[in-house]
Design a protein around this ligand. Structure first.
Ligand SMILES: *Cc1c(COP(=O)(O)O)cnc(C)c1O
Length: 481
């Protein structure tokens, strides 16, 4: 390689620009074996830079262009260009967030971002840390809650502790089950509370479930409330849950991974009222706001707890006799050793746009989702799953013409359950749209269109998405199912 690979670097921006241009498709889908046959993946022999470029372009050609508006498959999508700039710079400066020594400016940036975000969420004191994602943030929350209740757990583990329970709603994110397993509670220690029609945790059931477990001598440790469920975007009644947590002395965590972005807008913020009473909160800027993956924030009310709970005081890294103020070595709050400087990309976005810019993007995203919901409610063949919209999630079925006059019995719904994935397949193979589908509770497979800040979507693009669904939906026949 020329110049040890450095000449290749100068080409990278151009390669990405070309492979992500207007005219490149969202996806050229190939099945795994087909793709393996196409790509030249073997690394045994070195190739020239020209050959490497060809291989890389080929990899990108068969990758999903998530920066396109028609990528609506997940809750992340196009990145904020300022955030992407920050991510590239962060990669180039390749450092770790653990000590002031190796990340002086980045340490101050993380502290500043945490301060700004904590204030935004109404937690005036408090602490926090950037983590690789919401699932990891939840691990932090459970570990903190357990440590607060039983500080001895850090050295002695769970062997002398009573049985502890975690409460969550049936629509909440599955990461609570993983956390329960990883942290030694076991998945059976997760108590699933029913949701109402709109997908919010039943506060009444929560209250009686906590009471019941206490009467049985078990310890309700944490309630995991959700602000923006993954599918419906439902926001639990945080104020009411805060009351219950306070009454029973239970740790209140709010999983605001998805809906936390609404805090950026004064028009939306009130939907999360009560979040300021939480003991801990997780928020994923790498979802709605378009910070490049991975960027998640874990916030905790009690100052000092994160450090006390997670520190291992490694002497080779966190020496206490350094020549500067070692309180700025914040890495011992983390479960990771090396940790990426994820706060930097978010800082760049925020610096470029300010509070007001992010607030505007939030409002636009909610407006586009409302537009989509209204359009769906009026279009023949489309049917909304739920009427109320709290986050920019729109959930619906497309009912092809041949299904419309039939009686909607169990068999009909079984067909709809197969039709939705079939439409998705046709949409993907024709590269018209990547959209999520899922069943939830008694609802058979339906679509979820969720909207994010980037790319900024216009109403006409939403109509194009619905048109594509309709077109593919009309291609479905009984024989295909
Ligand atoms: C996505 C999501 C998570 C998990 O976040 P990751 O960053 O993907 O680990 C947790 N909770 C909710 C509500 C989510 O939507």
């Amino acid at each position: 390689m020329n110049g040890n690979g450095h000449t290749f670097l100068s080409k990278v921006l151009k390669i990405v620009e070309e492979q992500q241009s207007e005219v490149t498709p969202l996806i050229q889908f190939k099945h795994p074996e087909e793709l393996e046959a196409i790509l030249d993946l073997d690394v045994t022999k070195a190739v020239s830079d020209a050959e490497l470029e060809r291989c890389v372009r080929q990899v990108l050609q068969y990758s999903v262009n998530t920066s396109k508006a028609i990528f609506r498959n997940q809750l992340y999508g196009g990145t904020d260009p300022y955030g992407l700039s920050g991510a590239w710079i962060a990669e180039a400066f390749n450092t770790s967030q653990y000590t002031f020594e190796v990340a002086p400016a980045f340490t101050l940036i993380e502290l500043k971002m945490l301060q700004h975000i904590l204030k935004l969420f109404g937690i005036l004191e408090g602490d926090g840390i950037f983590t690789p994602g919401g699932s990891i943030s939840l691990l932090y929350a459970v570990v903190a809650a357990r440590f607060k209740a039983y500080p001895g757990v850090k050295s002695q583990g769970m062997r002398n502790l009573p049985e502890m329970l975690l409460f969550t709603s049936e629509d909440s994110h599955y990461s609570i089950k993983k956390a329960a397993h990883w942290l030694g509670f076991g998945t059976e220690s997760v108590r699933i509370i029913k949701t109402n029609n709109q997908g919010q945790m039943s506060v009444k059931e929560l209250c009686s479930a906590i009471q019941r477990e206490r009467d049985l001598g078990r310890i309700p440790l944490m309630v995991n409330a959700t602000a923006g469920t993954t599918v419906f975007g439902a926001i639990d009644d945080l104020e009411a849950i805060a009351e219950i947590c306070q009454k029973f002395g239970v740790w209140m965590h709010v999983d605001a991974c998805w809906g936390g972005s609404l805090m950026l807008s004064s028009n939306q913020r009130s939907k999360l009222k009560g979040i300021e009473r939480a003991d801990s909160i997780s928020w994923n800027p790498h979802k709605m706001t378009g910070a490049p993956l991975q960027c998640s924030v874990f916030m905790v009310r009690m100052r000092g707890l994160l450090h006390e709970c997670n520190s291992a005081s490694a002497q080779y890294l966190f020496q206490q006799d350094k020549f500067y103020d070692v309180r700025y070595d914040t890495g011992d709050k983390s479960v990771q050793c090396g940790r990426k400087i994820d706060a930097f990309k978010l800082w760049m976005m925020w610096k470029a746009r300010g509070d007001a810019g992010l607030s505007k993007l939030t409002d636009h995203t909610m407006n586009i989702a409302s537009f989509c919901q209204n359009a769906i409610s009026e279009k023949p063949g489309f049917r909304l799953v739920t009427g109320v919209m709290q986050c920019p999630n729109v959930c619906f079925w497309y009912i092809p013409t041949f299904m419309r006059e039939r009686q909607e019995d169990e068999q009909w719904w079984e067909l709809m359950h197969k039709i939705t994935p079939k439409i998705k397949e046709l949409l993907t193979l024709s590269s018209q749209l990547m959209v999520a589908y899922t069943p939830v509770r008694h609802y058979k497979n339906f679509f979820r269109l969720a909207f994010t800040f980037h790319p900024v979507i216009q109403e006409s693009q939403v109509l194009d998405m619905l048109l594509a669904i309709e077109e593919c939906g009309e291609k479905v026949t009984l024989q295909m199912l």
